[in-house]
Design a protein around this ligand. Structure first.
Ligand code: CA2
Length: 167
């Protein structure tokens, strides 16, 4: 009998049934959540959001890894590292969403499905927040639901990854 060829591991799938990896990225200033501007961004801290994302991720059958940086290059490096490692991205690009061609290029180059999330409804705020450069390379955007934007974004991403990843 011919030996079975080793099957290449699909990206984002490590060993085990619940090892699909989703990276959640938080952009600049989001480390301040819960400390200031609660009328816009709510009272939930980033640590609380991360813990809830991890909990909901396991319930959905994925491993969630979170990463926050105030530095554009660090966010880009994390996206590069996610390629071949993760099944998808949830990203709150913060202010960089409105300005960063480089961040947009990194998401596009990763070839990973990405969901853009914002705590606030960017379309109901100042006009400079209405447009993001990053949303055009994402599969969708969720905004205006506070911390729930992240949870809805994670659910939407997992639904997409699972529905296109039946191997
Ligand atoms: O609504 C969002 O999630 C934003 O991505 C937040 C960004 C803003 O530039 C985007 O237009 C919309 C700003 C994050 C700043 O977070 C702070 C949190 C507490 C106190 C001060 C800033």
């Amino acid at each position: 009998m011919r030996p079975r060829a080793a099957r290449a591991k699909p990206p984002g799938r490590a060993k085990g049934p619940s090892a699909t990896l989703v990276i959640v990225l938080h952009g600049p200033n989001l480390n301040l959540l819960g400390t200031r501007k609660p009328e816009i961004y709510g009272r939930t801290t980033l640590a609380e959001i991360d813990a809830e994302l991890t909990r909901r991720g396991s319930a959905l059958g994925v491993t969630v890894q979170t990463f926050q940086s105030n530095h554009e290059g660090a966010l880009i490096d994390r996206i590069h590292a996610a390629r071949g490692e993760a099944a998808g991205l949830v990203i709150n690009p913060g202010g960089y969403g409105h300005t960063s061609v480089a961040l947009r290029d990194a998401i596009e180059a990763s070839e990973l499905p990405a969901v853009e999330v914002h705590l606030s409804n960017i379309h109901a705020r100042e006009t400079f927040r209405h447009h993001t450069l990053t949303s055009g390379v994402c599969i969708g955007q969720v905004c205006g639901f506070g911390a729930n934007s992240y949870y809805l974004g994670l659910e939407a991403l997992v639904a997409r990854v699972v529905s296109t990843d039946r191997r």
